[in-house]
Write a protein that binds this ligand. Sequence first.
Ligand SMILES: [Zn+2]
Length: 213
Amino acid sequence: MKTVALILSFALALASTPCGAVKKRVALTFDDGPHIKFTKQILDVLDKYGVKATFFVIGENAERYPELVKSEYEAGHEIGNHTYSHRRLGSVDRAIMLDEIKKTDDIIYGITGKYPILFRPPEGRTSSELEADVFAKSKKTVLWTIDTRDWAHNPLADIVRTVKTNVKNGSIILFHDYITPYSETPDALEKLIPYLTENGYEFVTVSELLTNN
Ligand SMILES: [Zn+2]
């Protein structure tokens, strides 16, 4: 968490324009996919508004639906690593987490030809040791600043309100593209993307948010 906060404050400091005004940027992120139905719906909404986002995929779902990971990548979205089978630090040890990360890196590389830079630990459970291991692999651990709780079937109006109430420059918003049996997320995006655009936000990938471009 500390690492993320540090990286974020650095990115925000750099995001100032020469005249001193701060560009407002936000990163939409989608975890646990790909999902045969909802990933496609989300990709369609993002495409409709020309928005780039970041998908933290699970290795075994990427193996099942490689064409969806390919669609995400080819549409210009960033692909991050979310472990092979959503193992959580604490329920398994660090060595297993690292094995899950490596396996998923290789699957993503096999589909896109590119190793992911970003890693998001399931449930945000990390430790300074795991973060150091991830850093040693030239990767960055990324959590989030706003949890929409879409995964818990938070009602549509609540998802929208959570984002509207908490969004600010540099927000990393947590959504999920893999939810069963139904998902409010595509509809929430249909409401939130126009709102955020009207309020001066620019949509960037997480790596873009963490660097100055
Ligand atoms: Zn997850």
